[in-house]
Design a binder for this molecule. Structure first.
Ligand code: ADP
Length: 208
């Protein structure tokens, strides 16, 4: 975040004199408390300053880089996830390929008749199955999918950065966002490398 001139001045005053009240900062700048309010709010929200009731403003001592890291760690899966595309475990490999094209996704999540997660199908899983001489309309996806319990899943409240690390570590493109029930996992969302790219762009635009 770029600070404007007045915000820089406020920061300097708090560094030099903090803890200091908003009133006293305003006096030093020959401004009214009301004029300063938006700047103080921005500096506090961005993490440069901390406000303690009846004491005043403190300088947190965090550098721009630390604050940026804090901001990244606060990004949650639910704010960046996409709608999941699921297929039943009994559909054919052929139908799964068609679904992948129609829905324009690179990963399908496979569910059983109770809509619980049982597997994952990637582009290469489907390509591999297509290399054989089998009849693709006759092979159900549950024969070729990666299956539970080997599926990496995440939750809507997980920090996005943790999921990004796991995508890298496990060398996969996507993870289902799930809700745990007594019977198993319900698929509620999808996080992919594309979502990570979008999150990266939103950071640059200061849009998080
Ligand atoms: P692709 O194979 O098209 O490059 P991935 O890298 O995502 O796509 O998939 C690599 C392998 O990992 C595939 O066999 C796929 O079934 C499996 N896979 C994909 N996502 C997951 C996941 N969330 N958990 C476990 N395995 C996965």
């Amino acid at each position: 975040m770029e600070l404007n001139k007045r915000q820089e001045q406020i920061l300097q005053i708090v560094k030099d004199y903090g803890p200091i009240t908003g009133e006293s900062i305003a006096e030093k700048l020959n401004l009214t408390r009301a004029t300063l309010r938006p700047d103080l709010a921005i500096l506090t929200m961005a993490g440069y300053l901390e406000a303690r009731p009846r004491v005043g403003y403190f300088y947190t001592g965090k550098t721009g880089t630390q604050l940026f890291a804090d901001k990244i760690k606060k990004m949650k899966v639910e704010d960046y996830q996409s709608i999941p595309v699921v297929v039943n475990e009994n559909v054919s490999v052929y139908d799964a390929i068609v679904t992948m094209f129609l829905e324009d996704v690179g990963t399908l999540f496979v569910v059983d008749d109770e809509s619980l997660l049982v597997g994952v199908l990637s582009r290469k899983d489907l390509l591999r199955a297509s290399l054989g001489k089998q009849e693709l309309t006759a092979i159900p996806v549950n024969i070729i999918m990666t299956r539970m319990p080997n599926i990496a899943v995440c939750y809507k409240d997980d920090p996005l950065i943790d999921v990004a690390e796991r995508l890298i570590e496990k060398q996969i493109d996507a993870m289902p966002v799930v809700r745990k029930t007594e019977k198993g996992y319900e698929v509620t969302g999808r996080i992919t490398k594309t979502n990570m790219t979008k999150a990266f762009v939103s950071l640059a635009k200061d849009d998080v």
